[in-house]
Design a binder for this molecule. Structure first.
Ligand SMILES: Nc1ncnc2c1ncn2[C@@H]1O[C@H](COP(=O)(O)OP(=O)(O)OP(=O)(O)O)[C@@H](O)[C@H]1O
Ligand SMILES: [Mg+2]
Length: 400
């Protein structure tokens, strides 16, 4: 059996990164342009499954190919310590010892850390962390040929809950840039999450970051990548089959891998060792849509507020673009109230405006998924609301 080249797994590098050459080129220029190039501070955003994580990987791979040291972290508690640890593991350097600043009110001899009575404990800890990061990255750079190579830090799944550590990292990076060190920083997250971080009141430095807003990919490029990948791994698919596969993705990156993977898989199952037939493709596409529900629609939907969910469920009653005033009526809210949720869903790349007073789904097949699961989600939400009102299973204590 021939190896299936498609990788429908979150964060897994696909056989071909379709339609993202311009982002890669931008970043290449930024690294070539030398210290201080604006594109060295950037962020990648877009909806679930659009390819943020694999883009961070691709940028990291490119930097590595130039001899850069790349540290990849996810913005979970303790990630700053993780960065320091990673730099230490990748070749020890004694300047990387973490320091602990006195928590009280003395002036410290450490440059950049002007602790004073005015500084609160939080502020002090933030600067201490920033200082340690700066030392760790700077120390690493000292061991390198800094005229050619630098340190790239990537931070995935940025979110508000990690804001304190992100502030420290931002301060650290800001200092390094100011000192003309050879550094780059790229972070990624869902639109609302990165926006919160960018618009932080305490640290404004990240507002200067360049934005890569990832969206859907050109169908023609997808068509060509299917053709090339399938042939390269030893099967054949005719023009019409390639059309079906490409169309079924709707330009959505995760769907490229799902459709490719399942079409390939069904061709194996159906005993077609050298070819993907129209029937294999059809079965694969059906399966890919189901998988998209589990892997993208369900987590994207679950992460929303109850009102946003109501809004989407109301939209899913339509078969095409929905009238916003009609949606407001369906969820029994004023148009003003409904528009708050509409704006949130647009920012989150889940729906889009399709003309005055109309919205439509932006994530492919989400409508079908919601139609199919509406009853289930309604029930879950009713339970959720009952729980929130402190009345789990009805006041009479009947546990069903
Ligand atoms: N440009 C692309 N071409 C082909 N496949 C891609 C592309 N971008 C992403 N993929 C594939 O889509 C899937 C999802 O990618 P990834 O995990 O990077 O998305 P994400 O934006 O990080 O999602 P999440 O918000 O859930 O973290 C992976 O299987 C990946 O291989
Ligand atoms: Mg990701």
């Amino acid at each position: 059996m021939k190896t299936n080249p498609f990788k429908p797994t979150a964060g897994k590098t696909p056989p071909v990164l379709v339609g993202r050459q311009s982002v890669l080129d931008d970043f290449k220029f930024a690294l070539m342009d030398g210290v201080g190039a604006p594109g060295r501070l950037r962020y990648v955003t877009g909806p679930r499954g659009v390819g943020k994580t694999v883009m961070l990987n691709a940028l990291g791979d490119y930097a590595k190919s130039l001899g850069w040291v790349v540290v990849d972290q996810t913005a979970e508690p303790g990630f700053t310590a993780g960065i320091i640890q990673a730099l230490r593991d990748g070749g020890g350097n004694k300047t990387m010892e973490a320091i602990t600043l006195p928590s009280a009110s003395v002036t410290t001899p450490i440059p950049g850390v002007e602790a004073s009575v005015q500084l609160g404990a939080v502020e002090l800890r933030r600067r201490e962390k920033a200082y340690n990061l700066r030392q760790a990255i700077g120390g690493k750079l000292d061991t390198m040929d800094e005229s050619n190579q630098g340190v790239l830090v990537t931070l995935d799944e940025v979110q508000k809950t990690s804001i304190e550590e992100i502030r420290s990292l931002a301060i650290g990076i800001q200092h390094l840039i100011r000192e003309d060190r050879n550094v780059a920083f790229v972070f990624a997250g869902l639109p609302s999450m990165v926006e919160e971080v960018i618009n932080d009141k305490v640290i404004t430095f990240l507002r200067r970051a360049e934005k890569d807003h990832l969206g859907s990919v050109d169908l023609q490029e997808i068509w060509m990548s299917f053709e090339r990948t399938i042939a390269q791994y030893g099967k054949n698919a005719d023009y019409q089959v390639l059309n079906e596969l490409a169309l079924a993705t709707n330009g959505y990156p995760f769907m490229i891998q799902l459709v490719g993977y399942w079409a390939w898989r069904y061709s194996d199952v159906n005993g077609h060792d050298d070819v993907i037939t129209a029937e294999d493709a059809e079965q694969g596409i059906r399966r890919a849509k189901l998988k998209l529900g589990d892997m993208v629609h369900a987590p994207a939907f679950d992460g929303l507020s109850a009102m946003a969910k109501d809004y989407l469920l109301a939209m899913s009653q339509d078969d095409g673009p929905s009238s916003t005033s009609e949606i407001a009526a369906r969820i029994e809210r004023s148009p003003q109230y409904a528009s708050v949720y509409r704006a949130q869903l647009i920012e989150e790349d889940i729906i889009e405006s399709t003309g005055y007073g109309y919205v439509d789904f932006k994530i492919p097949y989400l409508r079908d998924y919601l139609k199919e699961h509406a009853a289930h989600h309604q029930m879950k939400m009713t339970l959720q609301k009952m729980m929130e009102e402190g009345n789990p299973m009805g006041a009479d204590g009947n546990d069903m």
